[in-house]
Design a protein around this ligand. Structure first.
Ligand SMILES: NC(=O)c1ccc[n+]([C@@H]2O[C@H](COP(=O)([O-])OP(=O)(O)OC[C@H]3O[C@@H](n4cnc5c(N)ncnc54)[C@H](O)[C@@H]3O)[C@@H](O)[C@H]2O)c1
Length: 389
């Protein structure tokens, strides 16, 4: 592309678009936001006014038919990703799509075919892989596993050869979420598909990104395919990930915590605001700035974040009511994903999370749902996880 900016259109102007897409595109110097589109025309109009966007519509074909538009951002319910992507790809538009890319494998295959036939780029907003805290965690982990160094006081019963299993890294992900915050559309089998397909695609993708180039080879899931569940994902180099997702928690406490253990060390990420490292000489703590921070004077790190959250909501009657509180947002990588995709479009480089990544997250989520239904561990065939088109 010979330009130094992309002209963009937002399709779907709901809660997510208002908190991430529209602010992020508005603050990017390399994005001109020309259209907003929502099935609800009043919502499209209100969005255009709020974010100073020149055109609005309730018909996504209006934006797809505009020859000036280079990129569309989709933040609708899930079932319309396929028709929108097929139409946009046929019109030569690059596509930034919210997760999950697809609810079913067949939809994912059709999406891959559509973008590859048209030669457009696609990016799926499986954003955790772009969070600064996650990049720091992975860097520290790789430094250690490539050159393990331990503290002199490490307890070793007897110096011996390690068993193979003793060198397998593990990622433990704890999610505590509050289901009163879910719109029913996210749980409906027609429009959302529930929390494994709608939310856990994030952490399935994160584990694949973290342990790459290893590939997942086996998945076991338990609990509810709609709400609270657990997933154990095994990789072909022995690495594994356990996800514990509960929807009976509270927004008063941070939702996400990650712990990776490897080579007698522990790498922790506390809700994208603080990492701590243990078991090696250069252990310590790293702090990550918030994406939106109305209380910078209150400090940084996990405890400060909890205090800021309390300060932000204590006079509200509904913690997520944007009219009552100011945005307090940790950096989960949304802005970096947008910037990475704009780079990919302008410089013709690979998408930061492409259609195969999107397919793989959907495929693994469906396998997890199958595992719950059959009460069995499901093998993941190499040829299924590495499809060719
Ligand atoms: N990556 C993340 O961390 C993250 C976080 C939250 C939500 N999301 C994703 O964002 C998407 C939207 O979620 P939300 O919470 O904003 O939902 P929402 O219901 O608040 O908004 C969806 C909007 O899309 C509109 N819409 C539906 N079909 C449309 C169509 N055919 N044309 C135009 N507009 C259409 C609806 O009218 C609605 O306004 C979902 O895919 C969700 O998974 C991602």
């Amino acid at each position: 592309m010979s330009k130094n900016k992309v002209t963009a259109a937002q399709i779907g102007c709901g809660k997510f678009a208002w908190t991430q897409d529209l602010p992020n595109m508005s603050r990017s110097e390399r994005v001109d936001l020309k259209w907003v589109c929502d099935l609800d025309l009043a919502q499209a109009k209100k969005t255009a006014e709020k974010f100073n966007v020149p055109y609005y519509t309730d018909q996504y074909m209006d934006v797809i038919n505009d020859p000036e538009v280079d990129m569309i951002k989709i933040a609708t319910s899930h079932e319309v990703h396929l028709p929108i992507i097929e139409a946009a790809a046929a019109a030569g538009k690059h596509i930034f799509c919210e997760k999950p890319m697809a609810m079913y494998d067949e939809e994912a295959y059709k999406i891959i075919r559509a973008v590859r036939r048209s030669g457009v780029k696609l990016c799926v907003d499986l954003n955790r892989r772009m969070a600064p805290a996650m990049h720091a965690l992975r860097k520290k982990y790789l430094e250690h596993v490539n050159d393990p160094r331990h503290n002199p006081w490490r307890y070793v019963e007897k110096v011996r050869e390690m068993l193979p299993d003793e060198n397998f890294p593990h990622m433990n992900i704890r999610i505590q979420d509050e289901s009163s915050s879910y719109g029913l559309a996210h749980l409906s089998p027609l429009t959302g598909g529930g929390e494994i397909i709608g939310e856990s695609v994030h952490w399935l993708d994160l584990a694949c990104w973290f342990f790459a180039p290893a590939l997942p080879c086996e998945i076991t899931a338990f609990g509810s395919s709609l709400l609270s569940h657990g997933i154990y994902l095994k990789f072909n180099n022995g690495a594994s990930m356990t996800l514990d997702f509960s929807c009976t928690g509270t927004f008063d406490y941070p939702k996400e915590q990650f712990e990776v253990t490897a080579e007698a060390a522990l790498f922790r990420c506390l809700h994208f605001v603080e990492n701590t490292y243990h078991g090696m000489p250069d252990s310590g703590r790293e702090i990550f700035a918030l994406q939106e921070d109305p209380f910078p004077e209150m400090g940084s790190g996990l405890e400060a974040f909890i205090a800021k959250n309390f300060a932000n909501v204590q006079h509200c009657t509904n913690a997520k009511n944007a009219e009552q509180n100011t945005p307090l947002i940790v950096d989960k990588g949304h802005q970096s994903m947008l910037n990475g995709f704009v780079d990919a479009i302008l410089n013709d480089t690979p998408s930061p999370c492409d259609e195969i990544d999107g397919f793989r997250a959907t495929f693994l989520a469906r396998k997890a749902i199958e595992s719950i239904r059959f009460r069995q561990t499901m093998p993941i065939q190499l040829e299924d996880i590495t499809p060719c088109f």
